[in-house]
Design a binder for this molecule. Structure first.
Ligand code: UDP
Length: 460
């Protein structure tokens, strides 16, 4: 049995994350899963948002110097940044691989079996081809949103892009249950850049040796089935990554989580707290921030709010909030800069998660059986929110204007009404399926087994 578990022994995997919190976390979790199968792990990464090597003493880290500076990264949006990485990392990665492969001839060196890259890092396909290294892709988002991304050329051909205000309520015929308003957009000075990035990374995924997903078959079977028909590469839905119990799993957070909120949660009633977080990238206006604050205050439910510094445009942190705001609530509200989210969602006091529906947050909520209030902002978040509210029916979307009265109503709807009971049952059902798929014989367990076999059969 032990030998079976260590099938990867004597094989090296090189992995490269896209340098954003929601991408670094699942890639490091995947690395840990594969490490548990015996593979030795090397992580190549940008200096910008570098993971902390001391949290992973069992991995080798290699920063790509000269690829991207912090100053460059701070000036551009996520799409532009990804474009820059895809250009600037080419030479440093080639240099690194050349050195790595030449040392592979040493007798005691472990050969490289394959390269696993975040899907957004499309440049890695041609680099790997040049070095004759097989490339697997990690898609850190869901399969349902990927299916929409893969349909971009069709959506453009059919006139859905660019999205027109007058058509927002129209159904997207080829992609039920989506409406035009659910289509992924990215607000930037160059909307075309997002379209191009998506088409490019989808094309390069098609050339890979397979796609690894942080999802599970039972959650996204219809999208995965369709993708298997449209893509000729194998699909490995082996998630949810964060639910594998593995030795050596440590924090992947770029910011330090404030543990004091757990002590505060300990004092709250069972399933009474609304946990609010919009992830690591989304920003909101001051007016939106104040509506959220008063909506939470007026809801009479206790709330824990993780507000990352820089979330409110034009403010460092909480400056727009009246200084007596929390005091006046008599302990009913608690604010931190960054929460230990997985621990928070597991906490019995948490009754709902008001989320931006980044894929990690959506999956983490589903896996802990926490109903969602969905407030997507850009990219795949809108699709994740649509699936959460209309397909899995594990949440409610905040569709109307972001206004304190509406917020109060939706909090009541998710936590107290008849619909709340149904939502809770649905999410508990998906939670159970998430637990089962990782057990021996479960879908993710079996896909992981075939992934390991595939890696061992790849010839570099
Ligand atoms: N997260 C956290 N503490 C916070 C907010 C977020 O640990 O206060 C983590 C969360 O658990 C998730 C990740 O940050 O794993 C956010 O990823 P997601 O895909 O949800 O959104 P993104 O940040 O990419 O928009």
């Amino acid at each position: 049995m032990e030998v079976e578990k260590q099938r990867g022994k004597g094989h090296k995997l090189v992995l490269m994350p896209s340098p954003f919190q929601g991408h670094i976390t699942p890639l490091l979790q995947l690395a840990n899963i594969l490490y548990s199968k015996g593979f030795s792990i090397t992580i190549v990464h940008t200096v910008f948002n570098s993971p902390d090597p001391s949290s992973y003493p069992h991995f080798t880290f290699h920063p790509l110097h000269g690829a991207l500076s912090e100053t460059e990264a701070s000036k551009v949006d996520a799409v532009h940044l990804t474009d820059i990485i895809n250009i600037k990392c080419v030479q440093p990665l080639k240099k690194f691989l050349a050195t790595l492969l030449s040392s592979q001839d040493d007798d005691d060196s472990v050969p490289v079996s394959c390269f696993i890259a975040d899907a957004a890092l499309y440049f890695t396909q041609s680099v790997c081809d040049e070095f004759g290294i097989p490339r697997l892709v990690l898609r850190t988002g869901g399969a349902s949103s990927f299916l929409v991304f893969a349909s971009f050329p069709l959506l453009r051909e059919k006139g859905y892009f660019p999205v027109q205000e007058s058509r927002l309520e129209e159904a997207v015929v080829d992609l039920p249950p989506l409406k035009v308003k659910d289509l992924p957009v990215f607000q930037s000075k160059e909307p075309e850049a997002f379209y191009k990035l998506v088409c490019r990374f989808i094309d390069e995924c098609k050339k890979s040796s397979g796609i690894i997903w942080n999802t599970y078959e039972e959650l996204e079977s219809s999208a995965l089935t369709k993708l298997r028909q449209d893509f000729s590469v194998p699909m490995y839905p082996i998630g949810p990554f964060h639910k594998y119990s593995l030795p050596g799993s440590t924090s992947t957070s770029l910011l330090t989580p404030d543990q004091s909120c757990i002590t505060w949660l300990d004092k709250q009633e069972h399933k009474s707290v609304v946990y609010v977080s919009f992830g690591s990238i989304v920003a909101i206006s001051e007016a939106e921030f104040l509506e959220i604050a008063w909506g939470l205050a007026n809801s009479n439910q206790p709330f824990l709010w993780a507000i990352r510094p820089g979330t409110i445009r034009g403010s460092e942190w909480l400056e727009p909030l009246p200084s007596e705001f929390l005091e006046n609530l008599g302990g009913r509200g608690y604010i931190v800069k960054w929460a230990p989210q997985e621990q928070v969602l597991k906490h019995p006091a948490v009754g709902a998660f008001w989320t931006h529906n980044g894929w990690n947050s959506t999956l983490e909520s589903v896996c802990e059986g926490v109903p969602m209030i969905c407030m997507p902002s850009f990219g795949d978040q809108k699709i994740n929110a649509k699936y959460a509210s209309d397909v899995w029916k594990v949440g409610v979307q905040l569709e109307n204007k972001l206004e304190r009265g509406e917020i109060e109503k939706i909090i009541r709807k998710v936590m107290l009404g008849d619909e709340a009971k149904e939502i809770r049952e649905n999410v508990m059902n998906l939670k159970e399926k998430a637990n089962l798929c990782l057990k021996e014989g479960g879908s993710s367990y079996c896909f992981l087994d075939s992934l390991v076999s595939e890696i061992l059969s790849l010839k570099s």
